[in-house]
Design a protein around this ligand. Structure first.
Ligand SMILES: *[C@@H]1O[C@H](CO)[C@@H](O)[C@H](O)[C@H]1NC(C)=O
Ligand SMILES: *[C@@H]1O[C@H](CO)[C@@H](O)[C@H](O)[C@H]1NC(C)=O
Ligand SMILES: *[C@@H]1O[C@H](CO)[C@@H](O)[C@H](O)[C@H]1NC(C)=O
Length: 492
């Protein structure tokens, strides 16, 4: 069985000009069930090459950051370390330094692919190296040697705040505006004496992926407030500083995977861009070109347990999902119902026929307040969906995305099954206090449950929900299991 794979190689010529080269490669796949649907896999390989452009001179400062010439796919990032300098003993300090050295030793600091920064804290914050200042491997190693043993309180919150404002600012060398992955790594062995939640949230909202290494004594609950979602992957707990060095190889892999996956997501989004317009080298609006026709409903929890600013994040989530699709009467249509113990149709599936009007309608949604009755809300939306279906010439896929932060006071299983019986695919996004059993009952399958610790995890959840919706069509009837044995890139 031979299936064609398209390998799209993207050559970034300048910041805005993008050239796409398509190559055809053959791949063998093992197919377990007879194939009814043609399976087309897209493998996106990104080669970042800047033709012309900056000459790598050191004259660039501030927002005008030189763009990398050619980077390994896993080494284009701005990476800041924030270490607690009150480590107790000289040996611990040496272990910490060795860890930092080992992690950064094999990284490609030159050519501006990877930029490294180093800050430390105890009761006050110290900056050893800004992203723009250590332009070589050995310079950064020298900065690591300057770390010294400190005593004093642990003000991690203040340190994170300073890292956001100063460490990750464009004038310090951050290339966030160019879409370069932003990553922070915190190392500490004790609980923080100040509050961390707000400072860390602000940092993550600026697109920084936050990892934490907790040495015995650190407060794991607090680290969970700090790191990016999912904490199971971003927190590493260790018994002692001595364990850091042993762990350095694995951690380096983890970082590289993160960078690689961020860069690949950008590339994938570019490939899927519905308008074909790449705004800059990395800033691409995304879309699901395959989902030509579908009805998409949002059922959003507006109960009082949700703070207003978090409700705004739910709306941002809706806008971000909508942006991924082509909106129109014969394309993707979107409807929304808000609920608490009341229900309100925010807009019906045929109310808005273009994305401008739709976006405006989402922005205008006002939070209801009240208790959480998700079951009743699910029952409420079913007749709406039935009515919407009658307006279509053909049957099109129908998706319902439920967003909730709380435990429902009524049963959800039966209402959800009534929806599923009519071929409505339910995705659920639970945040914070949401009851996992109920989420599972609403979605009907674990793979359609997304769970976020915090509201800012909605950002990464969005990608998962959309990816899942956009790939669901191909496996609608027969389940096709395939595994790629090998693929050969024809020399090009
Ligand atoms: C750990 O942090 C959490 C959240 O900040 C806090 O409620 C808890 O009391 C802390 N535990 C310890 C042992 O410091
Ligand atoms: C870390 O670096 C030291 C000194 O460069 C080296 O001896 C050690 O083997 C490295 N450890 C690991 C786990 O790579
Ligand atoms: C979660 O929901 C299930 C089903 O409604 C219920 O049996 C369970 O007690 C709930 N768990 C919590 C912690 O409230």
């Amino acid at each position: 069985m031979v299936v064609v794979i398209l390998v799209v190689m993207v050559v970034v010529k300048t910041m805005v000009e993008v050239e796409v080269v398509v190559e055809v490669v053959q791949v063998e796949v093992v197919v377990e069930v007879e194939v009814e649907v043609v399976v087309v896999m897209m493998v996106v390989v990104v080669e970042m090459v800047v033709v012309g452009g900056s000459s790598g001179g050191g004259s660039h400062t501030g927002g005008d950051v030189p763009f990398p010439r050619a980077c390994q796919k896993d080494s284009l990032a701005d990476l800041m370390f924030l270490v607690d300098e009150s480590v107790g003993t000289k040996q611990n300090l040496r272990d910490l330094q060795n860890f930092l050295k080992n992690i950064t030793f094999s990284m490609d600091v030159k050519d501006n692919c990877l930029r490294l920064g180093l800050m430390s804290y105890s009761d006050r914050v110290q900056t050893f190296s800004l992203l723009s200042s250590s332009t070589t491997q050995s310079e950064f190693q020298k900065q690591i040697q300057k770390l010294s043993l400190q005593a004093g309180k642990s003000n991690a919150g203040a340190a994170i705040e300073k890292m956001r404002r100063e460490g990750f600012s464009a004038s310090s060398g951050s290339r966030r505006a160019q879409g370069v992955p932003q990553i922070a790594v915190l190392v500490t062995d004790r609980p923080s004496d100040d509050k961390v939640r707000e400072a860390a949230l602000n940092l993550r909202l600026e697109d920084v992926t936050v990892f934490a290494m907790g040495i015995q004594g650190a407060n794991k609950t607090q680290l969970e407030e700090i790191v990016s979602y999912p904490p199971g992957q971003t927190i590493s707990m260790m018994k002692s500083y001595a364990d850091l060095e042993i762990y350095s190889k694995n951690f380096l892999k983890k970082l590289q995977n993160e960078i690689w996956s961020q860069i690949s997501t950008h590339a994938e989004q570019m490939e899927l861009d519905k308008t074909g317009n790449a705004i800059s080298a990395f800033h691409f609006s995304a879309g699901c070109v395959d989902t030509k026709e579908a009805d998409l409903y949002f059922l959003i929890d507006g109960s009082s347990s949700i703070q207003n600013k978090h409700f705004e994040q739910i709306k941002e989530f809706m806008l971000a999902v909508i942006e991924m699709f082509s909106i129109g009467p014969d394309k993707v249509r979107v409807g929304a119902v808000q609920y608490s113990h009341e229900k309100e149709v925010e807009f019906d599936i045929n109310d808005y026929t273009n994305d401008v009007a739709l976006r405006k309608a989402v922005s205008n949604i006002k939070q209801l307040g009240g208790n959480t009755l998700t079951g009743a809300a699910l029952d409420f939306i079913l007749p709406l969906i039935r009515k919407g279906r009658k307006q279509r010439m053909n049957e099109v896929p129908c998706y319902l995305i439920v967003l909730t932060d709380g435990m429902s006071m009524d049963g959800v299983l039966e209402p959800a099954e009534r929806l599923r019986a009519e071929h409505i695919t339910i995705h659920v996004v639970g945040i914070g206090e949401a009851n996992r059993t109920q989420l599972q009952q609403i979605a009907g399958a674990e793979e359609r449950v997304n769970f976020g610790q915090n509201f800012d995890s909605l950002k990464s959840i969005k990608n998962e929900v959309v990816r899942s919706i956009c790939t669901e069509k191909g496996k609608q009837k027969k389940k096709v299991l395939f595994s790629v044995l090998r693929w050969l890139l024809q020399a090009g």
